[in-house]
Design a protein around this ligand. Structure first.
Ligand code: GSH
Length: 205
């Protein structure tokens, strides 16, 4: 059975939402970041940069056991394994998904995490950094809002591009600066929140 190495962070939830959406059987292997379990040498054989999420699939391509870290790589792998439309085979549709998927994984999450660092976890109050990352997050939510004003989901149909953006919108948008100014993001967020797979992914582990 597929194993998901997971903790309750944005990147952890991306992978868990994806496994739930794909319908694959899986077992959660918690990696408690508060206890620094990500530095366990056994885990680092799976995730060399000591980060969740990661997966082990005993039934990978050709029946081979594979290990995989990086949420973006995991979302793509699972969508292809499950032959899911969440990463469409059509080349034109795939270009749109790739654009918003990479924007979400590389730009949006990376910067939203800095907002989270300075607002939630930094040991001291650093007002200039908070001001900078609040403005950055507002700018990024504006980008998503404009896109979602012209498209139901980021790349047209619901896809891995939406899954990679959802956790940081949920954590730092809903739970942080609020989405009152971003009505299209709010509509999109609520539609994804209502998906049964999202409910299961954010439930107990
Ligand atoms: N680019 C990576 C980032 C993963 C990441 O930052 N994971 C964090 C939790 S969200 C982590 O495990 N941090 C522990 C550490 O760096 O030691 C991905 O998308 O999977």
């Amino acid at each position: 059975m597929l194993e998901l190495y997971f903790w309750t962070t944005d990147n952890g939830y991306k992978a868990r939402q994806m496994v739930e959406e794909s319908g694959l059987d899986y077992a959660i292997r918690p990696i408690d970041l508060t206890k620094r379990e990500q530095h366990d040498p056994e885990f680092m054989k799976i995730s060399p940069a000591h980060k969740i999420p990661a997966i082990v699939d005993p039934d990978g391509p050709g029946g081979q056991r594979i290990t995989l870290c990086e949420s973006g790589a995991i979302l793509k792998y699972l969508a292809e394994k499950a032959a899911s439309d969440l990463y469409p085979a059509d080349p034109v549709a795939r270009i749109q998904v790739d654009q918003w998927f990479i924007f979400g994984s590389a730009t949006f999450t990376t910067l939203a995490q800095q907002y989270g660092l300075f607002f939630l976890r930094f040991g001291e109050d650093v007002p200039p950094a908070k001001k900078h990352y609040e403005a950055t997050l507002r700018d990024l939510l504006g980008v998503l809002d404009r896109r979602l004003g012209e498209s139901e989901y980021l790349a047209g149909e619901f896809s891995i591009a939406d899954i990679t953006c959802y956790p940081d919108v949920h954590i730092h948008g809903i739970g942080g600066i609020g989405l009152d100014e971003f009505a299209n993001v709010r509509r999109w967020h609520d539609a994804i929140e209502a998906r049964p797979a999202t409910g299961r992914a954010w439930g107990p582990h």
